[in-house]
Design a binder for this molecule. Sequence first.
Ligand code: UDP
Length: 192
Amino acid sequence: MKETVLGIQVNTETYDELIQQIFDRIEKKEKSLIVAINPEKIMKAKDDPALKKLLNEAEFQIPDGIGVILASKLQKGNIIERVTGIDLMMRICEEAAKRQKRVFLYGAKPGVAATAAEKLKELYPGIQIAGVQHGYEKDNEKVVAAINEAKPDILFVAMGSPKQENWINANRDRLYPIIYQGVGGSFDVLAG
Ligand code: UDP
């Protein structure tokens, strides 16, 4: 279910419901983009029609900012739980480890994604890391080839917003993964 918050579509589901829907889509091979919605992004979208369209057309918009929950409450909406980008990423990794689905980490400075991947292996033993790629490679064809050769089911992109969402949208049709999540500075947080 979606609700419109200040002109932007936002999912009203809890973590558990979202995880169910995301992994159903993997089974059905339905490509999906997950974007995190916070007041900052809503403000950027006001002045940027292309960004607004991209956000509204994503398959999942999670209520990441507390301001989004407040705005929903004020309009007597249905968003009950805050869903942050990093927490959803962790939940997806936990479930991916259980279901043997492959994850790829793209973004952040050289070395960071690899350290974040090591952290994920400690937290979720058995998780299949298909590959990692830093976020400063100039040759986009190289990045696309590396991801496709690794055959991940899920791709996390950490390059800040809206850069990561624009990159996903421009490349998703020729990419192998099914689930795409823009996760901002999450690899830096995980790597510590
Ligand atoms: N980044 C990147 N490539 C770029 C620009 C940024 O990989 O061309 C990375 C940067 O190293 C950092 C992340 O993107 O890890 C941006 O994090 P930030 O916290 O600014 O993103 P936000 O969560 O605020 O969108």
